[in-house]
Design a protein around this ligand. Structure first.
Ligand code: SF4
Ligand code: SF4
Length: 142
């Protein structure tokens, strides 16, 4: 969705640049996304930032005095990146694991050995999960 449409959808005109979102953002504290600047840039139609540094904790949305769904906006910006084929390798890796074993965690065979030592059963690997999801949603999962 283009930036102007996002600005309308998320009512970014309501932003008063109080920076409460940024003061409460764990990512901004460590050099990541700066939510109030993201909102402003999208509103002005010149956003070129990196939405992947967001942790999706939704704090920004919770503290915004104007009720702006800042995290939802960041998610929409990510969707734009995905549509443009710009997915960071680390996310591709997580999704690759999901395709392989039906889990987003990278589980090595040695994990089973460690679990066995504690008398725990093997981790369930379910490679059929993506296929089941496709059937449920009627959409092909790439
Ligand atoms: S908390 Fe809300 S109003 Fe304040 S800067 Fe962030 S988005 Fe704008
Ligand atoms: S959802 Fe993202 S932008 Fe919002 S506070 Fe959390 S890390 Fe920051």
């Amino acid at each position: 969705m283009e930036q102007r449409a996002l600005s309308i959808k998320f009512e970014l005109v309501k932003c008063i640049q109080c920076k409460k979102c940024t003061r409460n953002c764990p990512s901004a504290k460590h050099g990541g996304i700066i939510p109030n600047e993201t909102v402003l840039a999208v509103r002005e139609g010149n956003y070129t930032g990196d939405p992947w540094t967001c942790l999706m904790c939704h704090r920004c949305s919770m503290v915004c005095p104007e009720g702006i769904e800042v995290a939802g906006l960041v998610m929409a910006l990510r969707n734009n990146e995905v549509e443009a084929g710009n997915v960071p390798e680390r996310f591709g890796r997580v999704y690759g694991n999901f395709r392989k074993v039906g889990d987003t965690m990278s589980i090595a065979d040695s994990t089973d050995d460690e679990r066995n030592a504690f008398g725990l059963p093997k981790i369930c690997r379910e490679p059929g999960v993506p296929e089941k999801l496709e059937k449920m949603s009627g959409r092909r999962i790439q």
